[in-house]
Design a protein around this ligand. Structure first.
Ligand code: NAG
Ligand code: NAG
Ligand code: NAG
Ligand code: NAG
Length: 540
């Protein structure tokens, strides 16, 4: 805009100035009459004049409060700067410009607000299906908060609406919030929470009047239904291997951890893989293995017990006092077997048909006051899931023979040609332990008896003599003898066995034989009778 100043110097000492106003003196302001400013901003109010060469400016508030700003005058401009603008600037400012005698005034209304940030959404914890959670939506540093409205939505569904119509007791920036508690469901997966804040100040113009924050619902599901599958089995042979696979449900998908439970209850981490393969298993690898599914909101575990088995071995039997016993004594047979799990002991007796008759599951089998029938083979078996190991022992119960009886039927004195049965019985030992013999000078003849009985059909003179029955074992010996007399049909003397006489006479030992006859004869004389049998018996 053209402005002119003419300075005219006259010839005289008088200096005078003439201001020539080519245009009318005017005032204008920028902004024109109102400014809406956010607290914290830098706000400048400019007052400008036209049609005056050197205007003077002054600013004041309509209540004559302090200006709370810096005034800077530059020629026809005067600027009031509020840095930063705040509650103390919420006035009508009046700019007064004076040009000579003329005065112009113009006012600017400063209106302030504060709505600087989008709402914040806070959750009381991770969103877990089935677990109540509190959502807080807050709008920081609001002014004037009595104009604030807040909405919280889940998807399209309004959870809560709030107007903050409470009277403002003093001017201040406030953080306003609303809170909603809800229980997430599976349907909430994928939805979003929306927090809207509106500052209803229609009379002034600023942007934005609405702010909104969206938070996608991260819904978690705590791990559950943890399942372990074991292949081939939880019972393993030593040296074997096993593969265990674990799965767990949850959102996000749980991570799987395999551990072994130590004796003190702590877990020793083995793998972060869902599949755990253990090879060359040893007995000390037996124990409880734990699979845990873990995600952000929880964990769920499952246990499995692995048993490494060792088939029974080193089965041993200890017999006290001995496996050969006298009848009536007691015996302890103790069996042990190594294996994992510890083998069970089973004592049995082997029957004649080879079958086993179970007796006891105690490790020690005690037989008190044994009888001969207790003799036999006893079998101990060490048994567990991994196998059987067996060991046997033969028990021999010995009996001292007693009550041995030797008889001749019909009599011990028979006639030539009769039939005679010599039989031996023993009360407590088997017949097979009985030996029936016929004594002779040249040596005894063992008779083929049948069940202890020996039958002589058509007895001859030479069948006469001493018969002896013997039963003998480690613990005893019993003997019985009888003399069989055989009378010839001719009724001649039977004192001498003709057979024996022939034998003696034909031998080269004729002299001792004769001496023997004389000896026998002498003894016979002393006794008043003579029996070769009696003589032989005394030598036994
Ligand atoms: C006065 O203010 C106007 C507009 O703000 C500007 O264009 C001008 O340069 C200013 N004049 C002076 C002397 O500062
Ligand atoms: C789990 O083990 C399998 C097979 O051994 C392997 O392919 C995979 O990479 C492993 N995963 C992890 C996470 O270690
Ligand atoms: C058998 O064992 C029992 C119990 O240990 C003991 O009292 C007994 O003397 C033992 N008997 C023999 C014959 O060893
Ligand atoms: C096993 O031993 C126990 C005590 O030692 C005894 O009570 C039980 O009768 C025994 N069982 C057999 C079958 O011998």
């Amino acid at each position: 805009m053209p402005r002119k100043m003419f300075v005219i110097f006259g010839a005289s000492n008088i200096l005078w100035m003439v201001f020539t106003v080519s245009q009318a003196f005017k005032i204008e302001t920028f902004p024109e009459n109102k400014i809406v400013a956010q607290i914290g901003d830098v706000v400048s109010l400019t007052c400008r004049t036209t049609g005056c060469e050197l205007p003077s400016f002054s600013w004041r508030t309509h209540l004559d409060s302090p200006l709370n700003g810096q005034v800077r005058n530059e020629g026809s401009n005067s600027t009031l700067t509020m840095d930063p603008v705040g509650f103390r600037n919420e006035y009508s400012y009046l700019c007064t410009a004076i040009c000579g005698s003329e005065k112009r005034e113009k006012g600017i209304q400063v209106e302030i607000y504060s709505f600087p940030k989008d709402p914040e959404i806070h959750l009381s914890g991770p969103l877990e299906v089935g677990k109540p959670v509190t959502v807080t939506c807050l709008v920081p540093d609001v002014y004037p908060f009595d104009r604030l409205e807040m909405n919280l939505l889940k998807g399209n569904h309004l959870l809560q609406n709030k107007d903050f119509v409470e009277p403002m007791e003093r001017k201040s920036l406030e953080t306003k919030s609303l809170e909603v508690t809800f229980t997430p469901t599976n349907e909430d997966i994928g939805k979003a929470l929306v927090c809207q804040a509106k500052l209803h100040i229609d009379e002034i113009d600023f942007k934005p009047k609405e702010r909104e924050t969206t938070k996608k619902l991260q819904v978690y599901i705590s791990p559950k239904n943890t399942v372990i599958s074991v292949n081939p089995s939880t019972r393993l042979q030593e040296g074997g291997s096993v593969t265990m696979t674990c799965s767990s449900e949850g959102l996000p998908a749980p991570q799987i951890f395999w551990s072994k439970k130590l004796d003190n209850g702590n877990l020793q981490l083995l793998s972060g893989n869902s599949t755990l393969t253990l090879i060359a298993m040893r007995t000390e690898d037996s124990g409880i293995y734990v699979c845990e599914g873990v995600n952000q909101v929880g964990k769920n575990g499952k246990e499995v017990e692995l048993i490494v088995q060792v088939a029974p071995r080193d089965t041993t039997i200890l017999v006290s006092p001995s496996s050969i016993l006298e009848e009536g004594s007691s015996v302890n047979m103790t069996c042990s077997s190594n294996g994992l799990p510890a083998p069970k002991i089973l004592w049995s007796r082997q029957l004649n048909n080879g079958h086993l008759q179970p007796l006891s599951e105690n490790s020690t089998l005690t037989l008190t006051s044994t009888k001969m029938e207790d003799s036999g083979v006893y079998v101990c078996e060490g048994i567990n899931q991994a196998g059987i190991d067996r060991k046997e022992v033969e028990l021999i119960i010995q009996v001292a023979p007693k009550d041995i009886q030797l008889t001749a039927f019909p009599s011990e004195s028979v006639k030539e040609g009769d039939t005679v049965i010599i039989s031996c019985t023993c009360g407590n030992v088997p017949k097979t332990w009985i030996i029936l013999k016929k004594k002779a000078e040249t040596g005894d003849t063992v008779l083929q008896s049948r069940d202890g009985a020996y039958t002589i059909h058509k007895v001859q003179l030479e069948d006469a003599g001493v018969y002896e029955c013997e039963s003998k074992n480690e613990v005893g010996l019993q003997l019985r003898s009888l003399t069989l007399d055989v009378k010839g049909r001719g009724n001649y003397q039977d004192y001498f066995s003709p057979e024996l006489l022939v034998l003696y006479c034909s031998s080269s030992l004729i002299i001792p034989a004769i001496g023997m006859i004389i000896y026998f004869a002498r003894r016979a004389n002393m006794k008043g009778s003579y029996s070769l049998v009696e003589a032989q018996k005394s030598k036994v």
